[in-house]
Design a protein around this ligand. Structure first.
Ligand code: PLP
Length: 354
């Protein structure tokens, strides 16, 4: 069996997707064609926000958000150390300093108590200005936004939701992609809502941020792309990818239910053998990954492999353990929970056609 079966999804949607692609080939508006606008509207409706702005990938979505918030040199941006590299990479890319935070051992997400300690430390140290928090909806489960929003308000920080994995999750019905000042997602093929290449989106209720992001994604455009009022980038979603995503978004609620059914069956069967993932009351996960914890991970993964079941480790190395961040000066033991997770997690096959 496959870890993520993209072919099964394509077979299921083939007639609709082929037709959508053919339409784009016929009208020929490959960049910012009508499907892009149609998809942005449907996306905003699904998430329940005023603005959904598509871009080239989930990493650019984070970069564009940081640009809109005016974050740069001398600023501290807090993010989990147990995440995918892009979360922290974009902070450094913008010239700001990522400040890593430990995780909650049950939800895998950023720990609000540790976050407050790190904010207080940065304030006491005095060389960096605390500016923003990037929370990640790791493996599909929204982070603890009630607690994070309270801390953002208390310390006057902007809050970005990295919903690259969280798209489809919710807290008491409020959808992932709608938390914080700005939220981002990715349409990388393996994400809960993926396209057939790279893609991403940014969500916000704020008109001012939306206008800035639309400008930054097309060379800092003013009236048009030949009137350049700020330094931006070239980061658009291809029309063909938007066409594919329109059909995938229409099918997404069914797939999400299938993912939840699969996760519930996994938990029922495995809860006495491994530490199974915890979904707090009122929360819903999109199950980007179904992730177990075991002190005997090597043996467990070998057992699955022997039965033809692929498993993958997300993530075997925390951000503070990455070579690229050596200069930040963190040490082994600085994030005990995240380090333990990195040594004990592994994920089982998960997709909407399991
Ligand atoms: C995948 C991912 C990204 C980056 O998305 P790309 O589309 O691959 O650039 C950012 N953050 C998290 C948490 C991710 O999982």
């Amino acid at each position: 069996m496959q870890f993520i079966d993209l072919a099964a999804q394509y077979q299921h949607l083939k007639i609709k997707i082929d037709k959508r692609i053919q339409t784009v080939l016929e009208h020929g508006q490959y960049i910012m064609g009508p499907e892009v606008q149609e998809f942005e509207q449907k996306l905003a409706e699904y998430v329940g926000v005023k603005h959904a702005i598509t871009c080239a990938n989930g990493t650019d979505a984070l970069t564009l958000s940081l640009m809109a918030l005016g974050i740069g040199k001398g600023d501290a941006v807090f993010c989990p150390t147990f995440t995918f590299f892009a979360t922290a990479e974009t902070v450094s890319f913008e010239g700001a300093t990522p400040i890593f935070v430990d995780s909650n051992p049950d939800t895998f997400n950023i720990c609000p108590d540790d976050l407050e300690k790190r904010i207080v430390d940065v304030l006491a140290e005095g060389s960096l200005q605390p500016k923003a928090i990037i929370a990640v909806d790791l493996f599909g489960l929204p982070a603890n936004y009630p607690a994070l929003e309270a801390l953002a308000e208390k310390y006057n920080l902007k809050l970005i939701e990295d919903a690259a994995q969280g798209f489809g999750g919710h807290i008491n019905g409020q959808k992932a992609g709608s938390f914080g000042d700005i939220a981002t997602t990715s349409f990388f093929p393996a994400k809960p809502l993926g396209c057939y290449g790279d893609g991403g989106a940014i969500f916000t209720d704020c008109d001012e941020y939306a206008e800035l992001i639309k400008s930054y994604r097309v060379h800092g455009k003013g009236k048009d792309k030949y009137d350049n009022v700020r330094i931006g980038m070239n980061s658009r979603l291809d029309t063909i990818q938007a066409a594919i995503l329109l059909e995938k978004l229409a099918e997404f609620p069914v797939e999400l239910e299938n993912r939840n059914d699969a996760a519930n069956r996994y938990t029922l069967q495995l809860k006495n053998t491994f530490k199974t993932p915890v979904v707090p009351d009122g929360y819903g996960s999109s199950w980007a990954q179904y992730t177990l914890q075991s002190d005997e991970r090597v043996r467990a993964m070998a057992d699955y492999k022997a039965q033809g079941i692929p498993t993958v480790i997300y993530y075997g190395r925390c951000m503070h353990e990455q070579t690229a961040f050596v200069d930040l000066g963190y040490q082994a033991g600085d994030f005990p929970i995240a380090e333990k997770l990195a040594r004990s997690v592994f994920s089982l096959p998960m997709h909407g056609y399991l």
